[in-house]
Structure formats: structure tokens, C-alpha cells
Ligand binder design. Structure first.
Ligand SMILES: *[C@@H]1O[C@H](CO)[C@@H](O)[C@H](O)[C@H]1NC(C)=O
Length: 164
């Protein structure tokens, strides 16, 4: 009984309270506000209704022959645009940044702290400046022990710009 209660309280806190929890305060910051391009990477699909934005554009990846692609993203929409890149690899992220950068200099990337290292290959090309962060976020979807960074809590938003 004690074990059952302990297990359920622990799992209730982890899965019910902290798992992916940072998404809610992040989107709340923009509720009813104008925002530029928001690229969500390696998170759950953001609850776009929470933006309370009647002008919202939401786009995501598509699949062709089991290959994930970014054919359906309207690059010229550079305000109030949520792009859900889901779990795609960093090449797609890089291509997404490249395409948007032809139209705007205001690009914001939202990703969990667990995957921060994965953008290292992009740092020679892009500047990532942290703009907002919460520690109350457990990713749990990218755990890769013994790389302890992959269990690091936190969700952050970065302003991304091209290094010229
Ligand atoms: C990212 O895309 C740029 C083009 O904007 C390219 O020059 C660069 O090599 C790419 N970086 C990686 C790591 O693929």
C-alpha cells in the first residue's frame, strides 16, 4: 500500500505536473499578443489555442515516402506563425531557419534544455540568444544515458539570428 501510494504520488508529480509543463507558461506569455515566428523543436505539439490569436498561422512538417520534410511551411508568413517541427532532425531545423531568414530577422526557437547540445553544429552559422527560460519542465523524451544533459529540466526560448 505504501509503495503504491508513493509510486502514484511520484508518477503523478512527474507525469501530471512537470512533464512538458514549461509549454504552458511560455505560450501564456504570448496570449493575445502579437509575436513573430515561433519554431517549436523537440517538444510536444504546442497548444496553439492558448495563443488566443485570431491571426494565427500554424504549420508543421509533412512526410513523403517516410521522409520528414518542410514543403508545406509558408515562409513568407513572419508574424503570429507557429511552426511545429516536432522531433525532426537538426538539418530540418537548419533549413527552416534558412528559409525564414530570407523573409525576417525575428525568429524565435523554443526547445527543451535536454537537446541544447544538438544545435552545436549550427552555432557557426546562427546566433542563439536565450530570451526566456523556465526550469519547471521535464522533457523525458530525449533521455540518452550516460549523457546526463539529456535529463536536464527546463524549456527555453531563443532569439535566432544569422551570423554575418
Ligand atoms: C545550415 O544551413 C546553411 C545554409 O543556410 C548551410 O550553409 C550550413 O552548412 C548548414 N549547417 C549545417 C550544420 O548543416
Amino acid at each position: 500500500m505504501k509503495l503504491w501510494i508513493t509510486f502514484n504520488i511520484t508518477m503523478g508529480l512527474i507525469m501530471g505536473v512537470f512533464h512538458q509543463a514549461g509549454i504552458v507558461p511560455l505560450v501564456s506569455n504570448f496570449s493575445g499578443e502579437k509575436f513573430p515566428v515561433h519554431i517549436w523543436w523537440k517538444t510536444y505539439s504546442p497548444p496553439t489555442w492558448m495563443y488566443s490569436n485570431s491571426n494565427l498561422t500554424v504549420s508543421t512538417t509533412n512526410f513523403e515516402k517516410n521522409v520528414e520534410r518542410i514543403d508545406k511551411i509558408p515562409w513568407n508568413v513572419v508574424s503570429d506563425h507557429v511552426v511545429d517541427l516536432k522531433g525532426s532532425d537538426f538539418e530540418l531545423l537548419n533549413n527552416t531557419l534558412t528559409n525564414f531568414s530570407k523573409y525576417t530577422t525575428s525568429i524565435q526557437l523554443i526547445m527543451p534544455n535536454t537537446v541544447v547540445k544538438r544545435i552545436d553544429p549550427l552555432r557557426s552559422h546562427w546566433n542563439f540568444v536565450k530570451d526566456w527560460e523556465t526550469s519547471k519542465h521535464l522533457d523525458l523524451d530525449h533521455i540518452d544515458i550516460p549523457d546526463w544533459d539529456t535529463i536536464k529540466p527546463g524549456l527555453a526560448m531563443y532569439n535566432v539570428s544569422l551570423i554575418t
